[in-house]
Ligand binder design. Structure first.
Ligand SMILES: Cc1ncc(COP(=O)(O)O)c(C=O)c1O
Length: 429
């Protein structure tokens, strides 16, 4: 007789899941401080960003957050914006993407990674992911480069840095810009000091509620390039320049400025991030050690040089063959019934989204066809990206980061649940 919770047995996980977000009096005081000051937007507080005083009290919350975020990520500049999606679009405009251009990116990501390119009238060209990491496979990039390729946009999926050295080498060889979609990887670094968002022309981060650095909504752009910094500053600030009059606009920009409330909250949350990243790393390691013997449910490969991991998601590869054909969805039902939050992730690779079927990229009148003889056929990517297709359809399993902020006893219960499902899976067949 099986004692699986799905079949009426007791749940393996009885302890409560850690709550998210985590906040305390410091966060409350930070947000209240903005409220009570009446300075609710960044330009209410002096002109520090425009070259005014150096005293900390004269600096806006946004300005201080940008300095603190840049310092943590070892970059020269950081610009706070309203979301990760906006950050991506500003970066695509910032590198000078034009209608008809192409950008190489991964299909295993949130849709904003593709739409930021489309918003410029340019076209994403999807390259398959590495079967071990689900991050952009550098071995497949060069075959996708054409005379229209302008940039590579890797994603640090699950908070794991992609093979960025290999990607940078290809970009240099072909004179392409690299923008790092680090939405899921704040505070993540290789070898102690090489941070997500510091390798390419620019990096972006998201502070949307599920992320490991959370202010409900919000985003950040990082760059070491003074030229890119000037453009990003301007695009975020409705096309003004630092020298221009207030109602003098030089670029097609956005009002993408972060509020002072958001920045104040992010400043106190940012202080908590390193300890939370360390706690998640310890929790994930404990969990991996305990489920090491479970066949057919294997953690995705982590970057070997990463010294700080983010674990925005804890990513697994489920192999139905090792479970006598038990479909992933049935496995997930059983795990969920035991009290483990685990999901199958993206429904389809980006190119299989209805937007790619519905949009007429081939219309001669569209921006996408500027300077092009032939349209890109988005139905062709299924055959070219079998790993991403398999990940979506039958293989990937995601756990969110919050359970791994739990104490050892809770983590042990999560692992016990996986082992229990493994020991009893035949009753599900
Ligand atoms: C990889 C990736 N890129 C971009 C974004 C967009 O960020 P936001 O939700 O802040 O617009 C997200 C967030 O969901 C993401 O996961």
């Amino acid at each position: 007789m099986s004692n699986l919770a799905l079949l009426g047995g007791p749940k393996a996980v009885t302890l409560p899941e850690p709550t998210w977000p985590i906040w305390d009096d410091e966060d409350r005081q930070a947000v209240n401080g903005v409220l009570e000051s009446g300075n609710w937007w960044m330009y209410a507080v002096g002109e520090a960003e425009l070259g005014g005083g150096d005293e900390e009290p004269q600096r806006s919350q946004v300005d201080q957050l940008e300095r603190e975020f840049a310092a943590l990520h070892h970059v020269k500049h950081a610009f706070a914006v309203t979301s990760g999606s906006t950050a991506l679009e500003i970066c695509m405009r910032g590198i000078g993407l034009k209608p008809g251009d192409e950008v190489i990116t991964t299909p295993y990501t949130f849709i904003a990674t593709a739409t930021c390119i489309l918003h410029c009238g340019a076209l994403p060209v999807f390259v398959d992911v590495d079967p071990e990491t689900y991050n952009l496979d550098p071995n497949r990039i060069e075959e996708a480069i054409t005379d229209r390729t302008r940039a590579i946009l890797p994603v640090y999926f699950a908070g794991e840095i992609a093979d960025i050295e290999a990607i940078m080498a290809i970009a240099q060889k072909h004179n392409l810009k690299v923008v790092e979609d680090s939405a899921q990887a704040p505070g993540v670094c290789l070898s102690g000091d090489r941070y997500a968002g510091s390798f390419g022309e620019a990096g972006i981060f998201s502070f949307q509620a599920s992320k490991t650095l959370n202010s409900g909504e919000g985003g950040m752009i990082t760059t070491n390039s003074d030229q890119m910094a000037e453009i990003v500053w301007s695009l975020r600030h409705v096309g003004r320049t630092k020298e221009s009059l207030w109602y003098e606009h030089h670029r097609i920009g956005h009002n993408a400025r972060m509020t002072e409330f958001t920045a104040a909250l992010l400043r106190t949350q940012l202080k908590k991030l390193p300890a939370q990243n360390a706690k998640r790393m310890a929790g994930v390691k404990r969990f991996f050690d305990k489920i090491a013997g479970v066949e057919g449910f294997v953690p995705a490969k982590l970057h070997p040089d990463e010294t700080t991991r983010g674990h925005y998601l804890v990513l697994f590869k489920y192999d139905p063959a090792a479970w006598d054909g038990l479909p992933r969805e049935r496995f997930l039902e059983a795990l969920t019934a035991e009290g483990v939050g685990a999901i199958s992730g993206y429904t389809f690779p980006s190119f299989d989204n209805p937007l790619f079927q519905k949009t007429d990229f081939a219309s001669p009148a569209s921006a996408y066809m500027v300077g092009r003889d032939a349209a890109i056929d988005y139905t062709s990517f299924r055959a070219n990206c079998p790993v991403a297709v398999r990940a979506c359809e039958s293989e990937a399993v995601w756990m969110m980061h919050t359970p791994f902020l739990g104490e050892a006893a809770y983590i042990d219960q999560l692992a016990d649940a996986v082992v229990k499902v493994r020991e009893n899976y035949r009753s599900l067949l």
